[in-house]
Design a protein around this ligand. Structure first.
Ligand SMILES: [Zn+2]
Length: 329
């Protein structure tokens, strides 16, 4: 497996050295994790508040006690924890409940070093019930994200937060709160910079791995779920999909959105109408709803309680994105 993974990466680098041309420099695979792990790239998001200063000091607060005996493969939630940690062989990811987040206690490099599987096994998508997955991108911040969390807590629903590494480094306490309150955390790149991310599949993956490190430093585990800034549907070529799959991640775009990040800046009632418009007369069984929880998204906060209310009235269960979440198209 280890050799296969190296070979895959090397093959991709050989065949697709830069994605967009010959400007890409040769990359030594062995050097990448070290460089990535330094977390040196700090660039503000398009609409983020990061000022590029050194991230706040964070004390890792690891929920995973590595001195504990190995947990047997099981599809049930570990006692006292409202999330599932993948077992070494990734054999416990076929869940029966769409409301439980899934994480890995290893980074992909740790899996590689231990000779453990990296690519996810085939999973049957969860389609037993109508489920809405509320997703919030580009956070965490210390203003809008806490307000979103307050509403989710008051309404008693779980959601998924696709976070950027530079925001995680800046607001670690908010990331910890998301985790502790039982929501799912997904990886949304380190700096959200399209030019850097989509220069090549490996450029994209470097930021995913860097963000994994930021997340794992704070909560002790890392996500399998990712969302490509701008959406994979619009930004990925086949080589990006292969890279993501080989590295053991699953990407989810969306099929419904509030349009809260569009230049038209819809207010709360317009956002509600946008959601109703996307749902249409025959709402889909699986709804992955895109919203944002950073910057000036206060209208999203105002719209959220009503959106939750009518989705609940229509009979949707509120799930969190996991590797078994169906694709939205
Ligand atoms: Zn984004």
């Amino acid at each position: 497996m280890k050799k296969f993974f190296y070979l895959t990466i090397l093959l991709l680098l050989t065949i697709f050295p830069g994605g967009c041309g010959d400007s890409a420099k040769e990359t030594d695979v062995k050097d990448i994790p070290t460089e990535v792990a330094t977390g040196k790239v700090v660039e503000p998001n398009d609409d983020g508040k990061s000022d590029g200063t050194k991230p706040a000091e964070t004390k890792p607060d690891t929920k995973i006690d590595e001195t504990k005996p190995e947990v047997k493969p099981t599809a049930t939630v570990q006692a006292g924890k409202d999330y599932v940690v993948a077992d070494d062989n990734l054999s416990n990811l076929q869940l029966t409940d769409p409301t439980i987040p899934v994480y890995d206690k290893y980074t992909i490099w740790e899996r590689q070093e231990k000779g453990l599987p990296i690519a996810l096994p085939a999973l049957t998508p969860y389609e037993a019930e109508s489920v809405v997955y509320l997703t919030f991108d580009d956070g965490p911040d210390d203003k809008v994200t806490p307000q979103v969390l307050d509403i989710l807590k008051a309404e008693g629903v779980k959601a998924t937060f696709y976070v950027c590494g530079n925001m995680v480094d800046t607001y670690p306490a908010v990331l910890k709160r998301i985790f502790d309150e039982g929501h799912a955390i997904g990886n949304h790149s380190y700096n959200h910079n399209y030019n850097q991310l989509y220069a090549s599949p490996w450029s994209f993956m470097e930021q995913i791995i860097q963000t994994d490190n930021s997340i794992k430093n704070i909560i002790g585990v890392r996500p399998f779920i990712i969302r490509a800034p701008g959406g994979a549907n619009g930004m990925f070529t086949a080589n990006f999909y292969s890279m993501v799959e080989d590295c053991g991640y699953v990407e989810h775009d969306w099929n419904v959105l509030t349009e809260d990040a569009t230049p038209s800046r819809p207010n709360a009632s317009q956002q509600i109408n946008n959601v109703l418009g996307y749902l249409g007369e025959q709402p889909p069984r699986t709804v992955i709803l895109l919203m944002h929880c950073n910057g000036d998204k206060t209208e999203t906060v105002k719209a959220l309680p009503e959106i939750i209310r009518f989705l609940r009235d229509w009979g949707y269960k509120f799930g969190v994105v996991t590797p078994m979440t169906p694709q939205p198209w």
